[in-house]
Structure formats: C-alpha cells, structure tokens
Design a protein around this ligand. Sequence first.
Ligand code: 25A
Ligand code: L14
Length: 340
Amino acid sequence: MLKRKDKYVVAVVGATGAVGGEMVSILQERKFPVSELRLFASDRSEGKKIEFKDDEIKVEVLKEDVFKGIDIALFSAGAQRSKDFAPFAAKDGCVVIDNSSAWRMDPSVPLVVPEVNPDDLKKHTGIIANPNCSTIQMVVALKPIHDKAKIKRIVVSTYQAVSGTGAKAMDELLEQTKSLLSFQDVKCNVYPYQIAFNCLPQIDVFLENGYTKEEMKMVNETRKIMGDNSIQLTATTVRVPVFRGHSECVNIETEKKLTANEARAILAEAPGIIIFDAPDKGVYPLPIDCAGKDAVYVGRIREDESIPSGLNMWIVSDNLRKGAALNAVQIAEKLIEFAQ
Ligand code: 25A
Ligand code: L14
C-alpha cells in the first residue's frame, strides 16, 4: 500500500512516447502532488529534455535498479518492458501503474477504472494494471446501465485512432496522406497495409479463434473490471485514419427493459460521462471534438427494435487521455485517497 505523504516521487517510464508525454502533461494539469519527477525511456532518448512545471527534466535510461526511492511509477513503454521491469520496481517498494497488456489478466493484479471498480485497488500487491483504451471508455458508459438493468450481452465494433499504436503510427498516417496527395508511393512501416484513406479490420495480432488480441482484450477485461463473468460479449476492432479519439458502436441486451430516455437519464448522472445526443439538431460525439478532453462522450442512444430489451449507442473518448494516461493518473489519485 502507498504510504500517505504530502508529495510523492513519481516516475514516467516511456516518457518520450505518445502516452508517456500525455502522462507528464496530465500530472502537471491536475496538480498531482509531485515532489520529484523522474523520466525514463530507451537509450535512444537519453538526455532528451522534457518540460514539467518550470523545470526541464532529463530523460534517463531505464534500468532494473532505478526504482529505489520512487513512490509511484506510471509505465507506458510497451508490454515487454513492463514484464521485464515492473517486478523490480514493486520489489523496491514502488507502486507500478502499468498501461500495457502485460499484467492485466493476472489474478493478483487489479485492473481498474476509477469510475467503475475503485475498491479493487485495495487488493494490490505492487502492480496495478490500466485497462485497454477501448475497454475503458466502454465500461465507463456501460457500468451505470449494468447496475440498473443488468447487461446480458454486448456487441461492439470499434473505430480506433492510430495514436493508440504510438507516435510512430501518427507519423505514418501523416506521411502516407502527404504522399498520396502528391501522387507518390506510400510506405508502410507500422501497419501491414496503407492506413491513410483506408480501414484495417485488424488491431494487434490474430489468435487461434480468428479474433484479434485487441478483440479478446475487450472481452476478458470488460468481465474482470465489471466483476461479472456472465456478461456475453463479442467485439470487432477496426483501425481508422483518425489521429486521436476512439469511437465505438455498442449494442447491448439487458435483463430489464430500459427506454432510450431512461438510459439517457442514468448516463447523465454517471461520473466521467458527457451526453452529446440531439439527433434533431445533428448533435453526436465526434473524435475530433473529443481529442484533448477528459470525458467519455455518449450519443445516438436508441432502442434496439429487433429485441425486447436492447439499446444502441455511440461512445467516443480520447484514447491517449481517458483511454490511457488520464485513467492511470486517476488510479494514482485514488491510491493517495486510500493511503494511510
Ligand atoms: O507510445 P510510443 O510512442 O510507441 O512510445 C513508447 C515509449 O516506450 C519507450 C519509448 O522510448 C517511448 O517512450 N521505450 C521503448 N523501448 C524502451 C526501452 N527498452 C523504452 N523505454 C525504456 N526502455 P524511446 O526512447 O524508444 O522513444 C522515443 C521514440 O519516440 C519518438 N517520439 C516521441 N514523441 C514523438 C515521437 N515521434 C514523433 N512524434 C512524437 N510526438 C521519438 O522520436 C523516438 O523515436 P524523436 O523525435 O525523439 O526521435 C526520432 C529520431 O529517432 C530515430 N530513431 C528511431 N528509432 C531509432 C532511431 N535511431 C536509432 N535507433 C532507433 N532504433 C529516428 O530516425 C528519428 O531521427
Ligand atoms: O492497451 O491501438 O493493449 O495499437 C495495444 C495496441 C492499446 C492500443 C493495449 C493500438 C493496446 C493499441
């Protein structure tokens, strides 16, 4: 457990990356009680300077023995780094909040979205997992409905931004777009096929059951976070040429019938959600509007007329913020609240 202090020594591992950079700015924006910030990345970035408050902090190379004296480490340097280094951090008394898929399904590791299952944090033993971006925004919107009407089945299709893959993927979308607009050949380094002006129905690797790993993360993580293994769920995850902001088309079947208005009223009261739903005025959430914002935006709420009790909705959120860096910092804030 984290010991209560006025201020904490905080580390960001992967600080030069797309999510790591966002973590540094969110710590600053939310006035997180930081006594010292340490930044780590690969040797490629050693000595690079990153601004934090009125200081410039030098990026250090990640090593096994750097964690002594660090209270909280936010990891975002890929699953392999998390597997290799998080145990060393935990051994040295540092609480790890890990943004990768490395530890999420480990039964001894809490998988937490503060609006949904904050109390799971109390059981941590040094490593806490931050869920997958698409899963986070979906459970923020579905938990309040599950509590009122019990969700039996979820069918979700995602439209995911390239920033989920990191800074290199954002460069690839930009470069391919420039090439195509100037009649040059496109180069594919990050994705298997051209992403500019295209959609790719593959995120992460394919598994034996024909689903992608990203799709199965949504299935397994949703059940773990909601604490209900009886929820049936099937997912199709698609990459679209959007820089920032994941969108999701979500269909649910509930035990108790909810009208669209009842669902809207439940979501209007729920934490972390903003409803953008006025079809008569053409109002619904768009990734370009949600980029840089903290909330999970919900719109297009309507009854599924093909079954007795079902709903459709469109859920959008900034994948680098609520989907990653913000959720991790909110976990750290909850840990402080629980600290003694
Ligand atoms: O989420 P991301 O974006 O995928 O980032 C993942 C995070 O995990 C870290 C990684 O650190 C990053 O912080 N990480 C990876 N392996 C790690 C390890 N073993 C590790 N941390 C610890 N231990 P990093 O130092 O590898 O990341 C820096 C890379 O991210 C680029 N970048 C950051 N912000 C960016 C951005 N690129 C575009 N837009 C942004 N906003 C960063 O770019 C660097 O590539 P750069 O501008 O600092 O440098 C680009 C130059 O680097 C050269 N280059 C690229 N790869 C290599 C290389 N040079 C030598 N060897 C390479 N393998 C490029 O040619 C370019 O000139
Ligand atoms: O959190 O968009 O497991 O490429 C791995 C790949 C998140 C997003 C995770 C992507 C992700 C991701």
